[in-house]
Design a binder for this molecule. Structure first.
Ligand code: FAD
Length: 536
């Protein structure tokens, strides 16, 4: 949900881990130490620049990457690797995408499905994208621009996905989002501890930096319509199931209920395609059809509350995050501003039946600021906790929530959905040589390989942070206390807004590490004291 948590988490993790491994005599320190080790492992992956990753794919190391097995080198694949560094350069619609090697002087050696797969005769590759959220919209746009015949199946074209709608700044530029679809530009964040200590976060932001707040019905429609303008066919339909082909070239047959406005019940329809992208969210039917396996999930609950105008002024560019056992045992509560209302919500994995109790507590904590408000919408939805065991099978791949790409600790998934949709589609465009050849599982696995390299560390760090800081009220007090530090704030926002693991300043890192350890030790002591009181 809020990127702020993610960023604070990333910043503080990087720091506390550096030093804590030498201070392990207290429980707090051992937790930090455990986190430190994990971070070092995680960071080892994250800090490689794309260039270094690509360079390391030399001919001698090609067999060490299991998802590249069975593929061979080619000039076009080198172009694909360059696009990873520079951002994919899509050809104008209908044109051929030839090899592009001009953008980097680094020796880039990578691979593509070497086209034992046959050339398609008299037609383009046909791909169905199931689900029209951020993952599906971005996948469909990229496929269509890349010369693939693209169908996007969405069951509800005015769907308002239950969501806090917080997006990082890099998403605005990377996905070319126009300013009018962003309701609010949040530049201030209040982190509010279990004892209601509020820390202001955001003072280190530059003038042009902000967290975007969107309504999902607006964002999703925009992305779908852009895909359509680029050549994708949008189908208003409910995907039901698909018949999986027995050989490498026969089509997938998708069964769906088509809604064309004439009947609310819809009519049965089928669609034949060569490949499928499952972008149908947390309850993905595509995932079930490929036996992708389950994931743990959180349940998130949100109320959209229209508050009086004078109260809305307070939230003009401000978001709030509440932590504490009362609002969630393992997550946080939020108040995010939208165009003319606020979204108030919370989530939990470990005590789902109590979600309404946590929601009431979140509303109560904010009650003075939302007094006189009217609830205009109540919504709830699962949030995946980790990737599914299988994300690609044959010519089908999962993206976004269907794959399980929401970060722990922050619950952020919109950017990762859009990004994974785009990356998966890029892999298909490249593997199919702009829709002129059949693809196979190796082509889709190129996307998974890149994804895991790019984001594994981010997911790992946030997972650890959730365990360290959300486990008790004293730990949460320590977490909020840390957020007061300017350095944490800077690292926080840089990490969240730009989706990079930010290299820190060693001196500030050490200072912050000691502060972090101090906070955790205090938190630990406080917890022991409060346990005594409870027992006594
Ligand atoms: C309450 C809540 C708050 C959140 N807040 C934030 C936040 O502030 N910031 C953030 O980054 N993330 C947030 N998230 C997570 C974020 O909403 C998801 O990670 C993101 O929506 C994933 O996008 P997606 O495109 O993969 O899936 P979805 O957005 O779920 O889109 C799936 C689409 O597929 C369609 N669909 C599903 N099944 C079918 C079918 N059978 N046939 C046809 N169409 C189908 C759906 O109608 C939907 O449009 C929040 C989640 C929740 C529940």
């Amino acid at each position: 949900m809020a990127g702020c948590v993610q960023a604070v988490a990333m910043a503080s993790t990087g720091v506390s881990f550096t030093v804590s491994s030498s201070l392990s005599s207290t429980h707090a320190c051992s937790v930090a130490s455990e986190a430190a080790q994990a971070f070092v492992r995680a960071d080892g992956g994250a800090c490689k620049s794309s260039l270094r990753v690509l360079s390391s794919l030399s001919s001698s190391s090609k067999h060490s990457l299991k998802t590249f097995e069975g593929l061979r080198f080619s000039p076009l694949s080198a172009a694909a690797a360059v696009s990873e560094v520079k951002g994919l350069q899509m050809p104008a619609q209908g044109s051929e995408m030839g090899p592009r090697r001009t953008t980097s002087t680094t020796t880039v050696v990578t691979v593509y499905a070497g086209k034992s797969s046959p050339k398609l005769q008299g037609r383009k590759l046909r791909v169905a994208v199931v689900g029209g959220g951020p993952a599906g919209g971005c996948a469909a746009e990229t496929l269509a621009r890349g010369g693939v015949e693209t169908f996007l199946i969405e069951r509800k074209l005015d769907n308002a996905k239950p969501c806090g709608g917080a997006i990082p700044l890099c998403m605005v530029s990377e996905f070319d989002l126009p300013p009018e679809i962003i309701d609010r530009k949040v530049t201030k964040m209040k982190m509010i501890s279990p004892s209601n200590v509020a820390v202001d976060v955001g003072r280190t932001l530059n003038d042009d930096e902000y967290i975007g707040m969107v309504r999902r019905e607006v964002l999703d429609s925009f992305l779908r319509e852009r895909a359509e303008k680029n050549g994708a066919s949008i189908i208003n339909g409910l995907f039901l199931r698909m018949e999986v082909p027995k050989d490498e070239e026969s089509p997938y047959i998708l069964h769906y209920t088509k809604f064309d406005g004439a009947s609310k019940m819809g009519t049965p329809a089928v669609l034949e395609v060569d490949a499928v992208i499952g972008a149908d969210g947390a309850n993905s039917r595509v995932a079930k059809d490929i036996d992708a396996g389950e994931y743990d999930y959180a349940i998130a609950f949100q109320e959209r509350i229209k508050i009086p105008e004078d109260k809305m002024e307070y939230y003009e560019n401000l978001a709030e995050m509440y932590v504490g056992d009362d609002v969630s045992p393992d997550f946080y509560g939020w108040v995010f501003p939208k165009c003319d209302h606020v979204a108030v919500g919370t989530g939990t994995v470990i005590n789902k039946p109590a979600i309404k109790k946590y929601q009431t507590a979140t509303r109560n904590r904010a009650k003075d600021k939302i007094a006189g408000g009217k609830i205009i919408r109540v919504e709830a939805h699962p949030i995946p906790e980790h990737p599914r065991p299988r994300r690609a099978s044959n010519r089908v791949a999962l993206v976004g929530d269907a794959a399980g790409y929401v970060t722990k600790c922050s619950g952020e998934g919109i950017y990762f959905a859009a990004k994974s949709g785009r990356m998966c589609a890029e892999a298909i465009v490249q593997g199919s040589a702009n829709g002129t050849r059949m693809v196979n599982e190796s082509d889709l696995r190129v996307y998974l390989e890149k994804w895991d390299k790019k984001y594994w560390a981010t997911y790992k760090v946030l997972d650890i942070l959730q365990k360290v800081f959300y486990r008790s009220n004293p730990a949460r007090e320590a977490f909020v206390e840390m957020c007061a530090d300017d350095y944490v704030q800077k690292m926080t926002f840089d990490s969240y807004l730009y989706k990079v693991v930010v290299p820190g300043n060693p001196l500030d890192d050490i200072k912050l590490a000691f502060n972090t350890i101090g906070s955790l030790i205090r938190a630990n002591a406080l917890r022991k004291e409060s346990q005594k009181i409870t027992v006594g």
